[in-house]
Design a binder for this molecule. Structure first.
Ligand code: COA
Length: 229
């Protein structure tokens, strides 16, 4: 069902049993599309890349989803989430209220991103990762592009399968968080985190092992809808 107060641009494909709430905007043209349309003297709607919201999704009020994004089956996009262009989001994934996904991220299946999380440009989040509230990620270590735009270089972080990122953690550019690793609340991660290790503090240091019952495999055993990840 698509609420009468939702705005769907051209080139948007909505799957069966998907709900799109009021004040949502789906398939919004990105800035470069608008500029191209100005030059070609046409409507930006004619130039947008396809946006796909698959079956059984729930798009809550106020979400804004730019063109070229693909969302898998049974995923939930919370209120006032902003999803920039060319993102790929898997099945059974939750993007919590007020979160922002920048351009070109790849988010897996069964990912839970809670409230007010910032996912930076081209970040990779593998299946089953969990982000606590207000996690911040980044991809430009030193902003030299401010003096010379040619020096702009994105090095997004990578989150491997099943890792858990505690509330308010800050993940600096280019780091890899290993599978089933656990970043404590408030940590500032400046280096790669080995798989299945707990890191804590500022800067984050390994302080121990993640208990086996927090591994993704164990977490899934508690879920009725567990599928092979
Ligand atoms: C890291 C964490 C898992 C540790 O939990 P725990 O194993 O039960 O540890 P404890 O609470 O017994 O604390 C052990 C010590 O670490 C300290 N500590 C706990 N969490 C800390 C954190 N996030 N940062 C710094 N120190 C921390 C405690 O103060 C204590 O110090 P002490 O030995 O000097 O007294 C937990 O505190 C945490 O950060 N969880 C994330 C919560 C979250 O963000 N949830 C939402 C998403 S899942």
């Amino acid at each position: 069902m698509i609420d009468k107060l939702a705005t769907l641009y051209n080139n948007v494909d909505v799957g069966k049993k998907t709900y799109i709430g009021p004040n949502t905007v789906v398939g919004l043209p990105k800035l470069s599309t608008i500029k191209r349309a100005e030059m070609e003297n046409c409507n930006p709607d004619e130039l947008t890349n396809p946006t796909i919201i698959s079956e059984g999704c729930f798009i809550q009020p106020g979400a804004v989803i730019f063109e070229g994004t693909k969302i898998g089956n049974h995923s939930l996009i919370g209120s006032n989430v902003v999803i920039r262009e060319e993102n790929t989001i898997g099945d059974h994934t939750i993007i919590g209220s007020l979160s922002a996904l920048e351009m070109g991220c790849v988010i897996g299946d069964y990912v839970t991103i809670t409230t007010q999380v910032h996912i930076t440009v081209e970040a990779v989040v593998e299946n089953g990762c969990l982000f606590g509230a207000m996690v911040t990620t980044m991809n430009i270590r030193r902003p030299y592009y401010l003096v010379d735009p040619s020096l702009q270089k994105h090095t997004p972080p990578i989150f491997r399968k099943g890792c858990i990122i505690g509330c308010n953690a800050t993940i600096t550019p280019g780091v890899e968080i290993g599978y089933d690793a656990f970043v404590a609340a408030g940590a500032v991660v400046t280096k790669d985190v080995p798989p299945r290790k707990l890191v804590m503090g500022v800067p984050a240091k390994v302080v121990g092992d993640v208990p086996k019952d927090l591994y993704l495999e164990a977490r899934l055993k508690t879920r009725k809808d567990r599928l092979s990840l």
